[in-house]
Design a protein around this ligand. Structure first.
Ligand code: HEM
Length: 380
């Protein structure tokens, strides 16, 4: 029983680092180096606070990665460290509501604006060959093309891209940068005794969240509600606020689709999109007041006090996405919460650490594979 719990526990924990760490850690001599001077600055007006050991923890995490990279490099086999298994990348359109209220107009959310988009659906498990029947947290990474404005970090494959990265859970399992680094050092140590302290690192709430996140079973990625989990700035200047995002299906789930085989989620999605379209409502949850802590991502914001409001419609037309060409391009996409314009700056510790990790891992992935960042854009 305890063994099962730990197995489940690590299946959750690895998604956002362990597999990538093992792969990354497998590359000798990364070109990417962490410069603490480039670490994101805290916006104290929105309640951001950089922890006393946060930057050192980010540095320690990378040192740990580099050490393992020198140790275990396997050329050409780099996958995403988190969410390596894609169910497919689909083309879509992101249309902002023409009747968007002024209070929800900011940045790329201007009434009636439309953007071409590509969405990568994934499993969170670090096992790229894992069975879709297993419980897991699922991913929905949406890349909008044609977003004007300077990005914090440009997508090397598409400088006009803005990314929204979401998972099928409104909360995460860890808040604290030191705990996060400690957690992965223990996982990487290979020593069983070190693993037993992990529930003490995550705490009761983080451990319960982890268990719930690992238990999620789905029938089709198109029928799931996704959340940004972490907060983002909304607007610029004195009027800026903190918000979270979510995307929820705009039609009822379909029953009777295929559930056969370890990759059935890809097949169910293709089966649906071969004959019909799908859609999501993209929603924004505005933080009502500063008691909703931007540094706390293990607590979902109470929807009774901060309801999600639809601001855009994501339309996924009928299409054949499951082709060798599109799957190869899907693998070569790179998503990063910092592929973002100033009006939608990522907030909080976890997002700040992601600024360090995503870029490093993505660059190493391309370096190891001898490939470069791609795009999947309408008409190409
Ligand atoms: C400090 C915490 C986290 C770290 C270190 C981390 C790390 C990573 C890394 C390295 C990747 C692969 C990037 C690439 O190779 O292109 C990734 C992908 C991903 N992460 Fe995280 N992550 C963290 C937190 C989160 C959170 C809070 C979410 C919730 C939305 C999330 C959702 C995802 C998703 C959906 C993907 C797949 C993106 C795609 O389809 O390419 N991660 N993560």
């Amino acid at each position: 029983m305890l063994g099962d719990r730990f197995e489940k526990f690590f299946r959750l924990a690895r998604p956002c680092l362990f597999y990538s760490i093992s792969v990354l850690l497998a590359v000798p001599g990364s070109a990417w180096a962490f410069d603490p001077a480039t670490y994101p600055k805290a916006d104290s007006t929105l309640g951001e606070v950089i922890g006393p050991t946060e930057i050192a923890d980010a540095q320690a995490l990378l040192d740990n990665l580099k050490e393992k990279i020198r140790h275990d490099y396997i050329k050409g086999l780099a996958r995403r460290d988190a969410h390596p298994k894609a169910h497919g990348c689909v083309q879509a359109e992101f249309a902002v509501r023409p009747d968007l209220p002024a209070s929800l107009t900011a940045g790329l959310f201007t009434p009636g604006a439309t953007y071409d988009a590509v969405i990568r659906f994934s499993n969170g498990s670090p096992n790229a060959a894992g069975d879709d029947h297993n419980g897991d947290t699922r991913g929905m990474a949406t890349k909008l093309y044609g977003v004007e404005g300077k990005k914090f970090f440009e997508d090397p494959g598409a400088p006009d891209a803005h990314d929204f990265i979401q998972i099928s859970s409104p909360y995460f399992f860890v808040n604290d940068s030191h705990g996060y680094t400690d957690f992965f050092q223990r996982v990487n140590s290979g020593k069983t005794m070190k693993l037993f302290k992990i529930p003490f690192i995550l705490g009761w709430k983080g451990t319960v969240n982890a268990a719930k996140m690992l238990g999620q079973k789905i029938n089709n990625p198109l029928d799931v509600t996704y959340y940004s989990v972490t907060p983002y700035q909304f607007g610029e200047g004195d009027g800026r606020r903190a918000v979270k995002y979510s995307a929820t299906p705009c039609s009822d789930p379909v029953s009777g689709e295929t559930t056969d085989g370890p990759n059935f989620l890809r097949h169910a999605m293709q089966e649906r999109l071969s004959t019909t379209s799908a859609c999501f409502d993209f929603r924004i949850q505005v933080r009502p007041d500063s008691s909703f802590d931007v540094e706390d991502v293990i607590t979902a914001w109470d929807e009774a006090k901060a309801p999600f409001v639809p601001v855009a419609r994501i339309s996924i037309p009928e299409q054949q996405f499951d082709t060798p060409e599109q799957n190869a391009a899907c693998e070569a996409l790179t998503y990063n919460p910092w592929h973002a314009i100033e009006a939608h700056k990522p907030l909080g510790t976890i997002n700040r650490m992601r600024r360090v990790v995503y870029q490093a891992i993505s660059e190493l992935r391309f370096e190891m594979n001898g490939t470069q960042a791609a795009e999947i854009r309408k008409g190409q």
